[in-house]
Design a protein around this ligand. Sequence first.
Ligand SMILES: *[C@@H]1O[C@H](CO)[C@@H](O)[C@H](O)[C@H]1NC(C)=O
Ligand SMILES: *[C@@H]1O[C@H](CO)[C@@H](O)[C@H](O)[C@H]1NC(C)=O
Ligand SMILES: *[C@@H]1O[C@H](CO)[C@@H](O)[C@H](O)[C@H]1NC(C)=O
Length: 251
Amino acid sequence: MEAPGCWGLLLALGLLRGAAATAATEAPTAHVLSRVLFCQPDRPSLGLADTFDGDQLFSFDFPGARWEPRLPDFQPWLGAQESKEQIRNDSRLCQQLLAVLTNVTTGKLPEARGTPMANVFTAQPLELGKPNTLICQVGNLFPASVTVSWQRLGEPVSQSVNTTRYYPTEDLGFLLYSYLEFTPQEGDVYTCTITRPRDRFSTMAYWVPQNPIPSELLENALCGLAIALGIFFMVTGIVLLLKSRRPSPTE
Ligand SMILES: *[C@@H]1O[C@H](CO)[C@@H](O)[C@H](O)[C@H]1NC(C)=O
Ligand SMILES: *[C@@H]1O[C@H](CO)[C@@H](O)[C@H](O)[C@H]1NC(C)=O
Ligand SMILES: *[C@@H]1O[C@H](CO)[C@@H](O)[C@H](O)[C@H]1NC(C)=O
């Protein structure tokens, strides 16, 4: 009788179609393209950025009065961005609204402030003595006005540090990244320090080398494991093949 196999197949097909349907209905609604313009009393007093699903595409460099692509690949679309005159008009409107709203709400509504949260990790898997990049991701920024600095064993590090502009996030906050090029050494302690104007405390995130890859040793171990697994499956395959060919003793 073929029927149970057939039903099983139909059920499996039904489940697959269900999964495909959910995937098809959810996918198109998931993307968000956003443009955020902000103005504030602290520095930077103006900011403007386009993001796609939280990843920055373009940002406007106000002091230099020009659009900047986050990645060189986005350069061709710069011409389609809002004109400088339009941005100037929008910024003026933002500052007028800010002045009016500040006047109306001061003393009546509490000031909204988020405590920065920082996370430090390496761009590449950690290997002592091999050049790498430390990334400090700073989230929950509101308002978008902080200074990021790095310390190694308590001493300031300023060379080979790049800090991005503010990335607007979906919850109407901001985040930014700071990159530090470094060569990890045994006993390192790196600190990413975030300070806000008019605050008496800083947020700090520490990084120490943890579980570095003992480079060649690990590679050899993984390679050995892969070969062992390969041999194991080959032997199992041969055994199963021989078993299936041999007539079973009960018949
Ligand atoms: C900017 O504002 C000025 C004066 O209000 C107006 O004349 C001009 O058309 C505006 N430009 C754009 C691109 O909206
Ligand atoms: C702020 O309020 C004061 C008095 O209420 C008023 O004189 C001033 O023009 C207001 N400023 C703005 C920018 O609305
Ligand atoms: C920082 O920026 C400079 C110049 O744009 C670049 O050469 C360097 O690789 C960057 N460093 C990091 C850590 O991203």
